[in-house]
Structures are given as structure tokens and as C-alpha cells.
Design a protein. Structure first.
Length: 195
């Protein structure tokens, strides 16, 4: 246990609670939104609930269900979720960005990962969600980013962009993925995630 961390174990539930001044780093995915020109990029929770992560600001978790406790709480699902391994993230709905996130404050460890009070992205990169679901993070890098209604941005490889057009799910506008990837990292002042 490194300096600055306190660990308490709840033997009745087998869950570890850590209070940390030093960040714990774990894997996370986000959805992505922005303008039709690739400006005003925002990382968003993949579950479509919760608030966007504001660039340059530490994200602080708040419970949307119970206003009476501070997130994360043991008997609740609140807090910023992250995982020690990226495989569990392959089941997430509509991931657009894969990254490493720094978690600190109160951190609760559970079966699939962690829930934390404070968080900020550390390293990120765009992913083709379809390739990620099929092959994991070593899959094809996206070449395009589709802009869809409600400012949704969906990175895709050439193959999946062609499939979206075949299935009449073509984006309203197509942006260059490498340019948007760089712009995202600049917006959040983070480094490229190397897998």
C-alpha cells in the first residue's frame, strides 16, 4: 500500500473501500459528442445517463438516485466506474473512446472494477466500437468518425463505415478520425493511449 492511501475492508460484504490522495489508474470507455465539424468535443458516459466530462476539470461523482449520500456509496451503484482489465469494457454499449482514467478520493473495489468519487482521463484514443466488440483494443483503428443526430460521434473503420451505409445507417457527416483523435487529446490535455 503506497503512502497516502487508507484501506478498510468490510468482512460482511467482501468489498474493499480505499480512500486515496494518490490516483488509482484503471480502464474506461466513453461515448463522444461534438459538432458536425468536430469541435466542442465532450467525453460522455456510455450509458447515456450522467453528465459530460468537462475538459480541464476534475469530474466529481454525484448520485442521481439518492441525494442523501456522497458518491460512491456501498449500497448503491453511484460513482465513476472503471475496470482493472479492458475485457469487461467490450460489453459496454456504444463505446467511442477507450482510455486509462485516474480515480481518487473514496474508491470502492468490487467484482468488475472500481467506483470512485473523483476522476479525470489520463490517456485516450478513438476506437471502432464494432471492431472493439469483436477483437478488443488491438482491432483496426478507426479511419472515420460519423456525426449523427444529437451530436453523437461514432468512430468507425472503413469496413464498418461501408456497412453503416449499406444498412441505411450512414452518418450525416463523416470526419477524419486521426484529426479528431488528436483534437480530443488536445481538448482534454491528455496523452495518446498506446495499447
Amino acid at each position: 500500500m503506497s503512502h497516502g492511501r487508507r484501506l478498510a475492508e468490510r468482512p460482511d460484504v467482501g468489498i474493499r473501500i480505499e480512500h486515496s490522495e494518490e490516483p488509482l489508474v484503471a480502464w474506461r470507455t466513453w461515448a463522444l459528442s461534438g459538432s458536425s465539424h468536430g469541435d466542442n468535443l465532450l467525453l460522455r458516459p456510455v450509458n447515456a445517463r450522467g453528465h459530460a466530462w468537462v475538459p480541464g476539470e476534475v469530474a466529481e461523482a454525484r448520485c442521481e438516485r439518492h441525494w442523501t449520500h456522497t458518491a460512491p456509496e456501498l449500497g448503491c451503484l453511484c460513482g465513476f466506474h472503471a475496470s482493472p482489465a479492458f475485457d469487461v469494457l467490450r460489453r459496454m454499449r456504444s463505446p467511442a473512446v477507450l482510455g486509462r482514467v485516474a480515480l481518487w478520493g473514496r474508491v470502492i473495489e468490487h467484482d468488475r472494477g472500481y467506483r470512485a468519487r473523483f476522476a479525470y482521463p489520463q490517456r485516450v484514443r478513438l476506437i471502432c466500437q464494432f471492431c472493439f466488440w469483436q477483437h478488443g483494443p488491438l482491432a483496426n483503428a478507426p479511419t472515420a468518425v460519423g456525426w449523427y443526430p444529437r451530436r453523437r460521434l461514432i468512430p468507425m473503420c472503413d469496413e464498418h463505415l461501408a456497412v453503416s451505409r449499406t444498412l441505411a445507417q450512414a452518418p450525416r457527416r463523416v470526419l477524419d478520425a486521426p484529426t479528431l483523435d488528436q483534437r480530443l487529446r488536445s481538448t482534454y490535455a491528455v496523452d495518446l493511449l498506446a495499447v
